[in-house]
Write a protein that binds this ligand. Sequence first.
Ligand SMILES: [Zn+2]
Ligand SMILES: [Zn+2]
Length: 458
Amino acid sequence: MGEPSNDDLWFLPLGGTGEIGMNLNLYGHDGKWLMVDCGVSFDEPLKAPYKTSSEHSHSGQKHRVVAADPTFIAQRKDALSAIIITHAHEDHVGAIPYLWQRFQCPIYTTPFTAEILRRKLAQTKLANKVPIVEIESDTTHQFGPFTVSWLSVTHSLPEPFALKITTPVGSVLHTADWKIDANPITGKPFDVNRFKALAEENILALVGDSTNATKPGFSISERNCYDGLLSTIRSQKGKVVVTCFGSNVARLISLARIAQKLGRYMALYGRSLLNMYGVAKQQGIWPYDLAVVDAHHMGYLPSNEVLAVATGSQGERNTALARLADDTHPLLQLDKGDTVVYSAMVIPGNEDSIARVNAKLSARKINVIMSETHDLPIHASGHPCEEELKLMYHWVKPKIAIPVHGEPKHIAAHANVAKACGVKVTYEGVNGDLYRLAPQPSLRRQVVDTGRIPVLQD
Ligand SMILES: [Zn+2]
Ligand SMILES: [Zn+2]
């Protein structure tokens, strides 16, 4: 395939297109490359029995952590102008500690994501060795032949960004993960005008999030989710445990506010929650008036004053919720009439592990409320549904639509939305395909060998 000339603008995904997870995107122009995101994925469960580190044999399932095979760009690391991380989710940043040695290129990201990344690297041999450059929101920077503008969006954690990537032969809007949230709880509301203004900027291609393209309508705002959780928790008499994704700082803030309002005390159970709370406090994102109490104190409180937030929303073993269900948690016991609320969605593939946890809870007469079947909104996705995608295409008016961040069915649904919005060219590709955007748009199938490589075994 050669190398991109100064007439070329190429997009080449090594991971995250044709699947959800392990995003690794490359842009090529004038002999140089730009990497956008470097994430992990959780591979298909390995069938039991397996050995844990403590040598006890368990039956059950274990996930393997994998990343995109980076050989193509590792062989061209001298031509890599920058690594940009759009936000702090594992599928966008999680592979840096394992793959960075093969690129040795500076990383550019915003302060919240930088702090999450530093904490990850601190546990590895790369502690203090990786140059991480913090970028201010809504600024523009030059990396080799690429001019990159950070455009703030809304998503399900602090500081998510889309990128406008400009070269002399064309501009791309790389949306990364986004939704339209007018009331995001933390961070600024979605700025419609910033995206409407792109219509004047002759955007050649939109490379965008397909996760919820099969879902009609609009995503739910974090504010609606707050209201739903408030009503749900208000009607409980006993202890309440809420399980959610650790990185959703807005959800944690909502829960702390709900606890304050209802006269409950909130404590966090699980390392990832405590880590995220620590970063949110350090970055000035956590509101000063909202208290989080020490989990050791919760056992002494009356039941109707307890709001525990626990990891384990996907039924994972050895998490706080799994221990509470087994009644082996050292700091908290649940009793008949207490309630567990899933402020999360069931990720496909995890149904059985979640059902196992819930069966144990139900056997002990502990109520279980799932977001999928509850009559109030208690979880909000961070990705755009069909109507949000339509708005984005009407605003930006790109010539080419490139759906990414999805399985083939999500990519096909996203492409149909783009076509219905009048986008002339849509490319439905997968990892390893070369999307030539300039000078002559075309999609060349399977130009680069891709695959997944294991990055750690726990
Ligand atoms: Zn994300
Ligand atoms: Zn993502």
